[in-house]
Design a protein around this ligand. Structure first.
Ligand code: HEC
Length: 400
């Protein structure tokens, strides 16, 4: 095979830098075309293609990020498949690569999904679980998500109102990350039934600035340069503490628990972020802007964050952040100023902090130290002789 022949092949099947070929097909089909063409050609000559062909092949098989990508499994296996095919001169046996063409999401009942992310199955379970029911649910059981034979979803199991937002925009027969994000951002907040205003959301919980209902905590942390005031329902913390040993020494919050985090400039609320516990063990995310309207993105620095797509990285991940990581010691400053939990010294209780190891364990997906600080307050009250009998029992049950 000559270099000239290679150039013809390249033009015919790989197209321009965006992966578009002359006939408008995309990288996926182009690669399939290229593969069979090389196979056919190599069977004619029954020889390995010259290195002048194989070298450029391996570089085009690693597309730039803006390229339309076939599933990563295809990419990984493709270069070795090509070499083997060429060596063996096997044409027919390797011709299983067929261009499935664009998907008609309105009618398809199995659409391959390739988000090109680590932990992709968990991520997909998180997102799609939110479309199963108001409480969230198992998307595989519900028939919305398939795991056998590669990750896929069945659009027919989506509410028709949401299904229309799912499109195979690049026509490569797979829902990729950008297409999936477009779908999620267009539908998620409605699918999760987040009210359009913060006032409506607050009316669904027993909202009050009174600290007899909410445990409140001021933080300078990693999420925003603004001061954060986080509100966790006291009752939810107490119930989670009471169930600590039954849950296998885990802090687990009741489904429906709402946690509110205001981003403040002095006492002015610039925006509010919210997490709400689903019954499938995941949490939903929402943002409300300064006027209390539901928003897609945060507005305070250092960078805008879009809900839920840019919330899940930290919230489903394992990375530890300051000031929680250093607690009970003071945390070093971050690049945008202090990192601090504004609590009185008697709440900096090393024994209680180590007992829960809450930020690292994050048994229920919460990143803050709410159970730790609440329990430290009970211990401080006990030391001061002002603890109620009920709270004393709670501490004893914890063995503290
Ligand atoms: C860079 C990592 C990071 C990102 C991104 C992030 N968070 Fe968080 N979040 C945290 C940390 C750390 C805490 C613990 C409190 C603190 O330090 O601010 C937290 C706490 C929270 C809390 C209080 C409940 C809890 O889990 O402790 C809410 C509500 C919240 N985040 C909402 C959001 C929303 C909504 C988004 C997306 C718009 C988001 N977060 C994005 C790191 C992150």
């Amino acid at each position: 095979m000559t270099t000239k022949y290679w150039n013809v092949l390249k033009q015919r099947f790989l197209g321009d830098s965006k992966g578009r070929t002359a006939d408008g097909s995309t990288y996926n089909s182009a690669v399939c075309g290229l593969r069979s063409a090389v196979c056919e050609r190599s069977s004619e000559v029954a020889l390995r293609p010259p290195s002048s062909v194989l070298r450029p092949l391996s570089s085009v098989l690693r597309p730039p990020t803006s390229f339309l990508c076939p599933p990563s499994s295809v990419l990984r296996s493709l270069s070795s498949v090509l070499v083997i095919a060429a060596l063996l001169g096997a044409t027919q046996t390797l011709s299983g690569c067929q261009d499935s063409g664009p998907i008609d999401v309105a009618t398809a009942d199995r659409v391959p999904v390739d988000l090109d992310k680590s932990n992709e199955e968990r991520l997909l379970r998180y997102y799609l679980g939110g479309y199963v029911s108001a409480e969230g649910g198992d998307p595989v059981e519900a028939g919305l998500m398939m795991v056998d034979g590669g990750l896929a979803l069945n659009p027919q199991q989506l509410d028709p109102a949401f299904r229309t937002a799912l499109t195979d925009t690049d026509g490569n027969g797979t829902i990729g990350w950008e297409e999936f994000v477009e779908f999620v951002e267009a539908t998620y907040a409605d699918a999760r039934l987040f009210p359009h205003t913060l006032a409506e959301l607050k009316s669904t919980v027993q909202w009050s600035d009174d600290d007899s209902v909410w445990f409140t905590l001021d933080v300078d942390g990693v999420v925003t340069v603004a001061r954060r005031r986080i509100y966790v329902p006291l009752e939810a913390i107490r119930t989670a503490l009471a169930g600590y040993s039954d849950a296998g020494e885990r802090i687990v919050y009741a489904p429906g628990t709402v946690i509110v985090a205001e981003h403040l400039d002095d006492e002015r609320v610039l925006e509010t972020t919210v997490k709400r516990r689903r019954s499938d063990g995941f949490w939903d995310f929402a943002i409300y802007d300064a006027s209390g309207r539901r928003a897609l993105r945060t507005s305070t620095g250092p960078r805008e964050l879009r809900a839920p797509v840019q919330c899940v990285g930290c919230h489903l991940g394992r990375r530890a952040f300051d000031p929680e990581k250093s607690f009970p010691a003071e945390a070093p400053d971050g690049p945008y100023g202090p990192r601090a939990l504004y609590v009185s010294d008697d709440l900096r209780n090393a024994e209680v902090t180590a007992y829960f190891d809450e930020h690292v364990k994050r048994s229920d997906g919460l990143l803050g130290l709410y159970a730790t600080l609440y329990t430290a307050r009970l211990v401080a009250d006990r030391d001061a002789g002002s603890l109620s009998e009920e709270d004393r029992t709670l501490l004893e049950e914890l063995g503290l």
